[in-house]
Design a protein around this ligand. Sequence first.
Ligand SMILES: [Zn+2]
Length: 505
Amino acid sequence: MRAALAGILVAALAVEAGAQTRGIQSGTRPARYVIRNALVIAGNGTPTSGPFDIVIEGNTIADMVPLDPVALKAGTARRPVAPVEIDATGKYVIPGLINAHGHVQDARGGVPQPLEYELKLWLASGVTTVRDVGSNTRKTLELRTASAAGTVAAPRILVYASFAAGGDAVDSRGIRTPDEARARVRQLKALGVDGIKLVGIDRDLMQAMLDEARKVGLPVAHHAGVEETNAWDDINFGTRSIEHWYGVPDAAIRDGVQGFPADYNYDDEVDRFRYAGRLWREADPERLNKVLQAMVDSGVAWVPTMVIYEASRDLLRAQNQPWFKDYLHPTLEEYFRPNPANHGSYFIGWSSTDEAFWKENYRIWMAALREFSRRGGLIGAGEDAGFIYQMYGFGLIRELELFQEAGFHPLKALQHVALNNARILGMEEKIGRVRVGHLADLLVVNGNPLEDLKVLYPTGTEAIVNGKAVHTGGIEWTIKDGIPYHGPTLLREVKELVAAARARR
Ligand SMILES: [Zn+2]
């Protein structure tokens, strides 16, 4: 009913206002402009409201003027004026998407890949902020600076430097003592990073590094492995977020170790991913609830990146995503091929049995995510693209669909990628919702994402309009820091870039 009413309202306003997009140039920030007649999904879990005229001044949302249909009709409505405007009639404005688990990549498997490819795909998919969790630290710090200055078309970047691997001229593989762990934290702080990404580490080193990180004010994102530590250590030592999911069911296994077969080898990725698919079933439900509650109580957030394991439960789906045809860079295509040399490219002899176990694994995992959320836990959204058949940007939108599959309302899925992620990043005062005074990180979407999250895919989707199948959807404008980027233009540039790279092959 509400949706139908809004539809009529929007149609009426379109005739009244006769607004048109004018004066906007992709990639250039006007001093002041108006997004006209937009329905707004704020990003904090509240329902759609509007329409509004949204005024942007510099990089800030300066005003949101609600449009009164009666006053509009009478010609007495107060409407902000600006020489530059975007007509959002029939469109939705939502917060720019925050990718809480991304990797800045300018090469795959040792082969260079233009950074522009990833950055443009992110923007075309509505990603306005990326928490980079482990890449070449110095290069990514430079990208952060360039993005903040607006000299490169890119999302804003937060650098969570890898604790245990370089790119910053620090060889940390030698960290063997708590003192060395503390020194490494201070070294990263001096480099000016925003946080630390922690992977696989023994308990004494983890305790020391988290203590030091707290002292110097660096949040820590932990990609737990199957190792000495698990979620209890994150709870006890104060991790900001658990990445992926290992460590959570591990903490709830009754006898403390998963029932691995005798010939299991953790360094064999087929073994590792195969038996990871049989892990959630071993978690004791009662213990699991205790772990989840303790995470809530100690403020450990969870960024599950469900999307990056999807090939494990449905390999054919993962290998045949429609956007591969025009947008999969040959470097990435090559990297995705099953090859033991590349991390995550483990699909050799992947069986129906493996997929069946993984489907069950997801069911238990998704139920745990909902339980965590119901208890007050903070869930974030990340994509981890560049691995396992996931493309930049597309992966994050797929993650939202997986939240819906897990049972979350699409409003909650959008909250995960907006306000919740902003909280995890410690930036909720500036980004993560459509609100006056916040930074202008906004998307103008062709369609209602609450009706169909697929409208967020930059390639759009098919829908029935007036009994006819039409191609619709996509993000018309990605506005980052007040700079509007035209989604379809970015996507066309990516397509040309990929075509050229393929022709050279
Ligand atoms: Zn990752």
